[in-house]
Ligand binder design. Sequence first.
Ligand SMILES: [Zn+2]
Length: 192
Amino acid sequence: MTGRTHDLAGLTTLTAYITYQPLMTMSLATFIVSFGANMFGSVAPDLDQATASFWRKFPAGSLIGSIVQPLLGSHRLISHSIIGIFTANWLMTLLLGYTHKFLIVDAKIVLFSFMFGYISHLIMDTFTKEGVPWLFPIPIRFGFPPIKIFRVTTDSMFERGVIYPGLMILNGYLIYHNYSKFLNFFTHHIIR
Ligand SMILES: [Zn+2]
């Protein structure tokens, strides 16, 4: 899946969380940082790709990318596995522990939001032809549906014309049907 589909899928997990779970109260800073962390988590597993759009956003980014990539193994290995989920959780906890000194946010909510994005990435990739090595280092790639030809090709017409708009509609549907809850969240649960 492309970065923008992953970002939208990550956002969908937040929309679903607000829809189905009791509302949490947080500061505006926590909300903004959590939102960013969710977007970052949604594309983070693909940082093992030197060409990942994330790396291209920085000067020398592709250079850094090509250094990071061999450390993570080739594309879709450790970062796309259960071990990768725990490693990302650990790294993010370390990072938040460090930034806690100058960034006043609720680290639990930020971490949670990041992990939602990260896990949504792996789930979305499971629907692609390449599949996901969930049990890395066991060299088996899992995909759904199990028969490869029924799975999605990255950046295909199906992804752009069905999956992406489908996720948009899902978000719109959840927000529309729970409009008062979303309004309540944005007006009373985000403290400025
Ligand atoms: Zn991926």
